[in-house]
Design a protein around this ligand. Structure first.
Ligand code: ATP
Length: 520
């Protein structure tokens, strides 16, 4: 069947569509839903966990298996409390908060201001769409954006707000942040009230007690990033793996942040997973490695084929206290370009600080050069859940088919798809299920798959399209005669007849991670 029309760019998929699709098809559920849910916490269902594991696998193998100078660890979530003093998280891991006195709602002050900027940006977008309609084919968007007086006025407004906010945030001037909210006449999105409290700093770490109270419990934190588990183990790993800089340590694990504005589905969660790699280098060589990892990580993303124009670099102008260069890889999510991964040159800040607080030397002695130094670190840090959302944002498509019917299809890159194939006997009789079960018995050693006998074949295809299965194999009466099956491809819906023995090779060509790893 031909695809008559797919979603156009204007009909861009919304986060709401994605979230409800995720729930309906067993990818993601709200945490503790039967108790009305816990905000910003999510559970991954049967298809979600398969996709998540495949993303982890792609990242881990690209990092650890493909580099003989990168090794992995799995550090504990709880760490000695001094870790967080040394890393700076106790003192500066804060968000600026403001409360509305009437609605009693709490907001991140910087987010309220950013939302105001987004509103003005929305006006620019509206003007652009209107002008594009008016001028038709001759419309030159770049020229319009740089010359139209109304657009220029909006742009100037945005710049003024951004400059004021940046300088206030950088200097920690919370009164000025509040003043900006007042000057912009920002109202509480819920109540419309402009009755605001002062802006205060709020630490994002979750704390808990270690040991029972009678024994003299001490406060410990749920780690807000996985990186510190790598820093405190730097020397252990370097020695036991006999590594010398440049070398890296990779880790995948949970992190926790008490985000005030937890919204946008799995984009910002309170419990999430990070995939981080800290790369230890000789001081002075960090910029070279920073550029190297920027390029490598972008290639890793682009290799998935989600569309090159969905990514862009955003260089940080205002650097965190520990960094001498930093950028984000941004992805075009349904709500616009947002951070997907951070690449930071963290200098020797963390290791030196841990040396100071622990009193233990964390240096590397280079015998060849007879030189002792605290290595510099270049890190790559990506949120697994954000990567999941990026893939679904690009993959989710609604199509109108030639016969007037519609389908929802997840065009997930086949290597990452939760199930690689679905095996479907055309009817549940005449010996077809027995042949199908035999095929499943062979394929299941190499592929995650589904066996489905319920409903008409068309409906079964739709179900597989909706969970992103790249291939369906159908067993029919002809199979009994000549040992051939039809294999249907998800995106084109093309079907061909192939021998049962060649199914495995055919799948392998498309879904083997090896091909992707070779190309990035
Ligand atoms: P943001 O500016 O979006 O809060 P960040 O700059 O604080 O992110 P980092 O500390 O650099 O983020 O963390 C590295 C990565 O971890 C981010 O690029 C993102 O993919 C992921 N991440 C950070 N916070 C969250 C969160 N609350 N929920 C899901 N993923 C997150």
């Amino acid at each position: 069947m031909l695809i008559f029309a797919a979603m156009s760019a204007e009909e861009k998929v919304s986060l709401k569509n994605i979230a409800s699709h995720c729930k309906e098809y067993g990818f993601i559920y709200q945490s503790s839903e039967i108790y009305d849910g816990l905000s910003a916490a999510y559970d991954y269902g049967p298809n979600g966990v398969l996709l998540k594991n495949n993303i982890k696998d792609y990242w881990w193998r690209a990092m650890v298996q493909m580099h003989d100078n990168i090794v992995g660890i799995d550090a504990s979530i709880f760490m000695h409390p001094t870790t967080w003093k040394a890393s700076g998280h106790v003192d500066v891991f804060n968000d600026p908060l403001i409360d509305n006195k009437d609605s009693k709602k709490r907001y991140r002050a910087d987010v309220l201001i950013e939302d105001q900027i987004a509103k003005i940006q929305g006006k620019i977008n509206k003007e652009t769409v209107k002008a594009a309609k008016r001028f038709g084919e001759s419309f030159d968007e770049d020229q319009f954006l740089t010359t139209n007086p109304r657009v220029l006025k909006y742009r100037e407004q945005i710049k003024t707000i951004e400059d004021r906010m940046r300088s206030a945030m950088d200097s920690g001037n919370l009164e000025e942040v509040r003043q900006l909210i007042v000057d912009l006449e920002i109202a509480d999105p819920v109540s419309g009230s402009r009755n605001w409290t002062d802006v205060r700093q709020f630490n994002l770490m979750f704390s808990t007690e270690l040991g029972s109270v009678t024994e003299g419990a001490s406060t410990i934190y749920l780690r807000p990033e996985t990186a510190q588990g790598i820093f405190v183990n730097y020397l252990n790993v370097q020695k036991t793996s006999r590594m010398k800089p440049p070398f890296g340590i990779a880790q995948i694990g949970k992190a926790f942040r008490n985000e005030i504005i937890a919204r946008q589905f799995i984009f910002r969660m309170r419990e999430f997973e990070q995939m981080e790699m800290q790369f230890f280098v000789q001081p002075g060589s960090e910029m070279e490695w920073y550029e190297h990892w920027k390029e490598k990580r972008m290639n890793w993303h682009k290799g998935l084929g989600l569309g090159e124009d969905r990514y862009r670099f955003h260089d940080h102008l205002n650097l965190a206290h520990y960094a001498n260069a930093a950028c984000d890889i941004e992805f075009n999510f349904p709500m616009g370009f947002k951070e997907l991964e951070g690449i930071h040159s963290r200098t020797d800040f963390d290791l030196s600080s841990h040396e100071e607080y622990s009193g233990k030397k964390l240096q590397y002695f280079d015998q060849q050069e007879n030189l002792s130094y605290v290595p510099y670190v270049v890190e790559t840090s990506i949120g697994l859940d954000r990567m999941f959302l990026a893939i679904l944002s690009a993959a989710y498509t609604e199509e109108k088919l030639e016969d007037g019917s519609e389908r929802s299809v997840l065009q997930i890159p086949p290597v990452l798809a939760p199930n690689k194939v679905s095996v479907l006997p055309l009817v549940n009789k005449d010996g077809l299920p027995e042949v199908a079960e035999k095929i499943v018995g062979e394929l299941k050693f190499d592929f995650d798959l589904q066996y489905d006998v319920k409903d008409a074949i068309g409906r079964r295809y739709r179900r597989q399209d909706a969970i992103g299965t790249p291939y369906c194999v159908t067993i029919d009466h002809q199979t009994l005669e000549d040992e051939t099956v039809t294999i249907r491809e998800r995106d084109s819906m093309n079907q061909e007849r192939i021998k049962i023995q060649s199914i495995s090779n055919k799948l392998q060509e498309k879904v083997d991670l090896k091909h992707l790893l070779k190309s990035v």
